[in-house]
Design a binder for this molecule. Structure first.
Ligand code: SAH
Length: 391
């Protein structure tokens, strides 16, 4: 766990580790049985539920979910943390250990959408009386995009899309498929079918003409992820795919956040870390929850522009933009806490670059250069909690 604290310096690292140990002791330590030491070398793998529907989802209810939050985890503020579900060994155990030993809620958005998205969420929100955004989103490709039926070959069995990624297939890939099919019989031999379907699955290709496949357009990805049309328009296409590929699935997050609506009839103040294109903000807005203030921390300039554009069109509250989580010192955090009377919600999903399976080169776990930014989520949340406790 050493490298991840580099940006804090050794003294700060030692202090955080000590504090976590003390806090764990205070509420009895591992609430989930036999947890290994804080060195991050544990071998246990978080159990991913099947079906991956978290504590519940519209249409899915695990019969007896009783959740007891450790005292330390109970708000204010409410907090909500997200990252990819499939990570190298031990990552979710470490994240959970830092976030007050709360059990992650693993959800595959395929149960609420036409595209898969396997994510883990750690939060201290109530899990009863959640309500989904209505109308429920389409759950199959043809419900979402009926016009693709026309060219969809009978031998392509896909009815849902895979996870929407940050990059799309090159023209070379789609051309190769087109040429191959043009040279084949109809239906093509099994080996060709298999190759084509594997490529289609890998790249989420859809049928747009005879023998012709293509990636989804950015506005189709926006739609599948629950964003308003043209949300990311105005920045380059590559940038749009990247930001969308990293973003929340709005309907899933809104389902979890829906419990806030009755609790905060006068609106919420939000500390939004790693805001991206504002999946959390869009979820709150679509739930009809007023955002009195959002302090948004996002390093990408294009993302900040997208959020600002959306905010100015849809919101009346205050938006403060900060570029880098590393720049949020305890004093600065305390001053925001004072200014907004505390935060009702601290929300964010830190970068998954070194965690996600698609990254074969730098999948070095939570201590990777990007992924270790998780520790800033914990650090900042901890400072907010302390500052609010003094209020
Ligand atoms: N939940 C977001 C996306 C999170 S992806 C959404 O709905 O869109 C992680 C985000 O963290 C990316 O947008 C990335 O640009 C941002 N990021 C990376 N390093 C950062 C840093 N040091 N400070 C703030 N944001 C950072």
């Amino acid at each position: 766990m050493d490298r991840c604290f580099d940006s804090f310096g050794e003294r700060e690292k030692a202090r955080l580790m000590e504090e976590r140990k003390k806090k764990r002791k205070r509420y009895g330590g591992g609430s989930h049985g036999n947890r290994s030491s804080l060195d991050g070398s544990d071998d246990e793998q978080m159990h991913l539920p099947n079906p991956m529907v978290g504590f519940n989802l519209p249409g899915y209810r695990r019969p007896s979910v009783m959740r007891m939050l450790p005292q330390q985890a109970i708000g204010p503020p409410f907090f909500y943390y997200e990252n990819v579900a499939r990570t190298p060994r031990g990552v979710w155990e470490t994240i959970s250990r830092f976030l007050y030993d709360i059990e992650p809620e693993f959800v595959d958005s395929m149960h609420l959408s036409a595209a898969a998205r396997k994510r883990g969420y750690i939060h201290n929100l109530p899990i009863e009386n959640r309500s989904p955004l209505l109308p429920l989103p389409p759950k199959t490709i043809f419900e979402a995009f009926p016009h693709y039926k026309k060219w969809w070959p009978s031998w392509d069995p896909r009815r849902q899309l895979n996870c929407l990624q940050t990059t799309v297939a090159s023209a070379k890939t789609t051309e190769r498929i087109q040429c191959l099919l043009a040279r084949s019989s109809n239906p093509p031999p099994p080996s060709v079918q298999k190759y084509v379907i594997d490529e289609c699955r890998k790249w989420n290709l859809v049928w747009v003409g005879k023998n012709k496949v293509a990636p989804l357009e950015p506005n189709e990805v926006e739609y599948l992820l629950g964003f308003p049309r043209d949300h990311t328009r105005g920045v380059g296409k590559t940038e749009r795919y990247k930001s969308l590929g990293n973003s929340f699935h709005v309907d899933t997050v809104a389902y979890h956040l829906s419990v806030l609506r009755d609790m905060f009839p006068n609106g919420v103040s939000v500390l939004s870390l790693f805001t991206g294109i504002g999946g959390g903000e869009v979820a709150l807005h679509r739930l009809g929850i007023h955002m009195r203030a959002v302090v948004s921390v996002e390093i990408g300039e294009a993302n900040r522009r997208i959020l600002r554009g959306w905010w100015d069109q849809t919101q009346t509250g205050t938006l403060i933009e900060v570029a880098d989580v590393k720049s949020l010192t305890p004093d600065i955090i305390a001053s925001y806490v004072g200014r907004f009377g505390g935060f009702d919600l601290v929300i964010g999903g830190s970068p998954c670059n070194n965690l996600a399976g698609s990254n074969r080169h730098h999948r070095d776990g939570l201590e990777g250069e990007q992924s270790s930014l998780f520790y800033h989520y914990f650090r900042i949340l901890d400072v907010v909690k302390s500052a609010m406790a003094r209020m």
